[in-house]
Ligand binder design. Structure first.
Ligand code: NAD
Ligand code: DAU
Length: 339
């Protein structure tokens, strides 16, 4: 298959492309606009690989999308998005632009140049907070942040194109991914890298919010299965079955890095913060035989080790645009004065 991967220079996209090129004979075109979260170094080892091509461009660019599709593409997997909830509180518009209108542009381009599968990468956050039990694919959409609302909007649009125009759209709703190459603004890489630098770990509210964690390579295996065997018009939840409070995750990181829990700094809660997510992933297990391979604690230790071994990668990332972010919003989050 010739696959158009969008957002392939980000965290999950780069892990997915590495998996595809290592384990299959599919060809990949990676379309990424290289926002602050997109990093060519994530896939440096693929330079010169005849099965891989990188194109710098925006998924909202209709001419570009049509040009790529007109050359013959079998499948699209759309990772491209603004992905950080904190940032969506600061700047909702950019989330609507990439996550909703970007997806709309890809769908529209597929009407002119059909593909065999359009796999939209969505999130458990579209179900909103789930105080008890597990969210299955039939649960109502109840997003809380501009980020999750933009993703829920894209999901609805995808299915409208399936129903109205017969586009072969499938949606994968992932729980919290963690692992190598995650931008150090998200909980796990932020806390690992801050701890390594003996900087405070800013924990929102009481730290007892629950997330369901899945190792990124497990999530990518699930996505490959959906791409190859999933049914059009269907939603597949992809969770890790690892529900942990943020405080539990923080304690493991501190313990592993032999740092004091005095580094934890409780800060004012995130506005609209969802208390708990927990996915029911029985459908993908029953239909496609998927189960995550890695236990959470093992995956977390691997991740800690990866950040210990890749200091140059994250120190460079943290000194770029992230530094500006740090000096504004992030300092404010920590209750520090702006520089
Ligand atoms: P990320 O922020 O690490 O990467 C996003 C990538 O998309 C970057 O390379 C960026 O340059 C690119 N991009 C952004 N806007 C673009 C645009 N308009 N045109 C082209 N490229 C653009 O994100 P991630 O954590 O890898 O998440 C990937 C996808 O998975 C997103 O759609 C996100 O909503 C979804 N998701 C992520 C998680 C998670 O835990 N990380 C969980 C569930 C779902
Ligand atoms: O659930 C899937 C979602 O997971 C994805 O759709 C998003 O793209 C991804 O960013 C992630 O969203 P979260 O908001 O859950 O991830 P984040 O790492 O930002 O936060 C995880 C939890 O940790 C959340 O309860 C907020 C808390 N947190 C986060 C940060 C960055 C803190 O307490 N302090 C922090 O500094």
């Amino acid at each position: 298959m010739k696959i158009l991967v969008t957002g392939g220079c980000g965290f999950i996209g780069s892990n997915f492309i590495r998996l595809i090129l290592n384990e299959t004979s599919h060809q990949v075109i990676n379309l990424d606009s290289l926002t602050y979260a997109g990093n060519l170094e994530n896939l440096k080892e693929l330079e010169g690989n005849p099965h891989y091509q990188f194109l710098k461009g925006d998924i909202r660019d209709q001419k570009l999308a049509e040009k790529i599709l007109s050359a013959g593409i079998d499948a699209i997997i759309n990772f491209a998005a603004e992905s950080h909830v904190d940032r969506s509180i600061l700047d909702p518009q950019s989330f609507l632009q990439s996550n909703y209108f970007g997806c709309a542009n890809l769908l529209e381009s597929c009407r002119k140049f059909p593909v065999k599968i359009f796999l939209q990468i969505s999130t458990d956050e579209v179900y909103g907070p789930f105080p008890k039990g597990l969210a299955d694919e039939g649960c109502r959409l109840n997003p809380s942040s501009p980020y999750s609302a933009s993703k829920a909007g894209a999901d609805l649009l995808c299915f409208s194109y399936h129903k109205t125009f017969g586009l072969p759209v499938t949606i994968a709703r992932l729980s919290n991914n963690y692992g190598p190459y995650q931008f150090p603004e998200k909980l796990i890489p932020l806390f690992i890298t801050n701890a390594l630098e003996d900087q405070p770990l800013p924990l929102y509210g009481d730290g007892l919010q629950v997330r369901d964690w899945i190792f990124v390579e497990d999530a990518c295996q699930a996505l490959l299965l959906i791409l190859e065997e999933g049914r059009a018009g269907e939603i597949y939840n992809v969770g890790g079955g690892n529900q942990r409070t943020n405080l539990e995750v923080t304690r493991i990181i501190l313990q592993e890095l032999k740092r004091s829990k005095r580094l934890i700094k409780y800060i004012q809660d995130r506005p609209g913060h969802d208390r708990r997510y927990a996915l029911d992933s029985n459908k993908i297990k029953k239909e496609l035989g998927f189960a995550p391979a890695l236990k959470f604690e093992d995956g977390l230790l691997l991740t800690v080790k990866w950040y210990q071994d890749h200091k140059k990668w994250w120190q460079k990332v943290k000194s770029g645009e992230y530094r500006l972010y740090y000096e504004g919003f992030y300092r404010q989050k920590l209750g520090l004065k702006k520089k």
